[in-house]
Design a protein around this ligand. Structure first.
Ligand SMILES: Nc1ncnc2c1ncn2[C@@H]1O[C@H](COP(=O)(O)OP(=O)(O)OP(=O)(O)O)[C@@H](O)[C@H]1O
Ligand SMILES: [Mg+2]
Length: 250
């Protein structure tokens, strides 16, 4: 479960996130959809505790990310838009390292890796240094490592960028499967079709504010567009569009 309450982040004059409140229920797949510079990455960085909010709170599984960081982070996995991996390690070593960070024993690490390595087609690369891997392969290593400890809450920033269609499918299917087993997913994207296909609910953000929220069908209806979600998205996020917040104020 994720709870963001009147979250704000200012960078000088820029209000990157400007009073964002939303709740993601356990086992729910939530996509935050917004144009470039809408505040998606900044929101995610506050949610995972990488940057401190100017105002407001972020909670993971009931734990305040600022006040109870260890409790929150133990329940969380995060795949950034540009994952950091140790270049000199191999994927096998990186998976083992991540597992130990999350206090998994060797048997549990092996068992989880036995599922994830073939699933993400990592066998050919398993014992080669990460520095020699392609962008998409590195991304698959990052996602596999983040899923290894079976997190309660999984946060992923722009996951499909850099993945070929086959591997994008595998990642989507895996995340869907995990949500059915109870994992909560918070995904950011500017790709409408990703949000539409994957998410139980979508929050559209524009200029740091939630401008609409609901299922894809809700959003089409609210925007008065009978056709594609793209039209609703474009209408809500065009430069100069009103960013009056939807009814999420507490
Ligand atoms: N460290 C920073 N210092 C100054 N401004 C920042 C910083 N990080 C983000 N911003 C600004 O905050 C706003 C939101 O940026 P953010 O990266 O959250 O957008 P985004 O929705 O993730 O966009 P994209 O789709 O391009 O990834 C932008 O105006 C950006 O320039
Ligand atoms: Mg971003």
């Amino acid at each position: 479960m994720i709870e963001l309450t009147r979250l704000e982040k200012h960078f000088g004059e820029v209000r990157a996130v400007d009073g964002l409140s939303l709740t993601v229920n356990p086992g729910e797949f939530y996509a935050v959809l917004g144009p470039n510079a809408a505040g998606k990455t900044t929101t995610i960085k506050m949610l995972v505790g990488l940057i401190k909010p100017t105002r407001g709170t972020a909670k993971v599984a009931g734990f305040d990310v600022q006040l109870q960081p260890l409790e929150a982070r133990a329940r969380l996995s995060y795949v950034p838009d540009f994952p950091f991996l140790y270049d000199k390690l191999t994927p096998a070593e990186f998976l083992a390292f991540t597992g130990r960070l999350f206090r998994m024993d060797e048997a549990s690490i092996s068992k989880a890796a036995e599922d994830l390595v073939p699933r993400f087609s990592l066998e050919p690369w398993l014992h080669k240094p990460i520095e020699g891997l392609s962008h998409g392969t590195r991304q698959r290593v990052a996602i596999a490592s983040a899923l290894l400890h079976n997190p309660e809450v999984f946060v992923i920033d722009e996951p499909m960028v850099g993945l070929d269609p086959h591997h994008a499918r595998v990642v989507k299917d895996t995340l869907k499967e995990r949500t059915r087993q109870g994992m909560t997913v918070f995904l950011s994207t500017h790709q409408i079709h990703v949000a539409e296909e994957m998410a139980d609910r979508i929050g559209i953000i524009h200029q740091g504010r939630l401008v609409a929220e609901g299922t894809a069908a809700d959003l089409r209806r609210k925007a008065g567009t009978d056709g594609a979600l793209e039209r609703a998205f474009l209408a809500l996020t065009e430069p100069g569009a009103s960013t009056e917040r939807v009814g999420t104020e507490g």
